[in-house]
Write a protein that binds this ligand. Structure first.
Ligand code: AQP
Length: 334
């Protein structure tokens, strides 16, 4: 049971595309800071990838889940301090989703920005895509979550999670804890390096060269991506009128090096864009080189990754089962 100081922290990443430094900064890097002082649970949300069933083969879905678990470990999520598991291994996620579907007005889901963006240009989309935020609500509410550390793009889904929890509590009795979203002060939304008006995204990164720096990209690819990042027609950094592309590069530098802003301003004001990009490249490599080395070591032992996933699911399942028992009793389904 949580005491007043220790909080339950829950978050997850969809095993789609190629994880980017956006995912690292918005999610994984901040997850690590919650370890130790809190009960931390980190999930690989594989059920969410079925929302576009044609985009991924079963084999790739299985392998991607393992790749993302290995990346959690390589980024510093410690299985001795945190529970790491794969969503589909705990059946209660889908059961609770059905119950929550029935208390969620469709209008709440049709309004979601991510739904509109992802449905755009597709002839037909699955019911699952519309329902994505309800499955996410189930993920979070099953574990009596206090804090959900995510990037800025997930804020709207977290608001719906709270609305769904409150509506259930109002209809059936007070069972769900209302979670709080935690968004990093800097780097909450890294933008595409090829287009600083669009969010850096791991699915786009898989399709478009130069869009993002991915966590497992080789050094020469990262260098090319950073050095060709879109800035503007100017030559040097002017902080008062910095364009979105320059702000994005400065943000990446700030979050990866943890340099205070005044120091960054002193370092780059009036400097050429070439210098800024070189320094950003160095900062990225200082983060990714050790991470990639850890990833290589971890994936050399696939049995270890499987064990981490199994142990994580075994530890969190009783929490999910307890919550689902309560939900069944309160709704007369027991
Ligand atoms: N550009 C970003 N800047 C900061 N944080 C980001 N996140 C994603 N992109 C950025 C955060 O990473 C986590 C990933 O969550 P997800 O897998 O559920 O998917 P998402 O939010 O839709 O992320 P992507 O990278 O855009 O994936 P695809 O392309 O598959 O949709 C979340 O905490 C998110 O906020």
């Amino acid at each position: 049971m949580n005491n007043s100081k220790r909080k339950r922290v829950f978050s997850g990443v969809q095993p789609t595309g190629k994880l980017t430094i956006g995912n690292y900064v918005g999610a994984l890097q901040q997850w690590v800071t919650h370890q130790g002082d809190n009960d931390t649970i980190f999930c690989v949300v594989d059920l969410h990838t079925l929302t576009f069933p044609e985009d991924m083969t079963p084999k790739v879905r299985f392998e991607k889940s393992r790749e993302v678990v290995a990346l959690y470990l390589a980024c510093g999520i410690d299985p001795k301090q945190s529970d790491i598991f794969v969503q589909s291994h705990v059946r209660e996620h889908t059961e609770l989703t059905w119950v929550l579907n029935c208390v969620t007005p469709i209008g709440w889901l049709e309004r979601m920005t991510q739904y509109k963006v992802k449905a755009q240009g597709r002839e037909s989309v699955s019911t699952g895509l519309l329902d994505y935020p309800v499955l996410m609500a189930a993920d979070i509410l099953l574990y009596e979550t206090d804090l959900v550390p995510v990037g800025d793009d997930q804020k709207q889904h977290l608001e719906v999670t709270s609305d769904i929890a409150q509506r259930f509590n109002h209809l059936f009795g007070n069972v769900f804890r209302i979670p709080q979203v935690v968004i990093p002060k800097t780097g909450a939304r890294l933008m595409g390096l090829d287009d600083p008006t669009a969010k850096m995204s791991k699915s786009t990164a898989e399709k478009k060269v130069g869009h993002a720096v991915c966590l497992l990209d080789p050094e020469n690819v990262i260098k090319k991506t950073v050095m060709s990042a879109v800035t503007d027609s100017g030559q040097e950094v002017r902080l008062e009128h910095a364009s979105p592309g320059v702000i994005n590069l400065l943000t990446i530098y700030e979050v990866l090096t943890k340099t205070p802003r005044p120091e960054i301003e002193a370092r780059f004001a009036g400097k050429g864009y070439g210098q800024l990009k070189k320094d950003v490249f160095v900062a990225i490599m200082e983060t990714l080189r050790p991470l990639q080395e850890r990833y290589r070591q971890i994936t050399a032992d696939p049995a270890y990754v499987e064990q981490v996933i199994k142990d994580g699911a075994d530890r969190v399942r009783p929490i999910a089962e307890r919550m689902m028992r309560q939900v069944r009793e309160m709704t007369g389904l027991g």
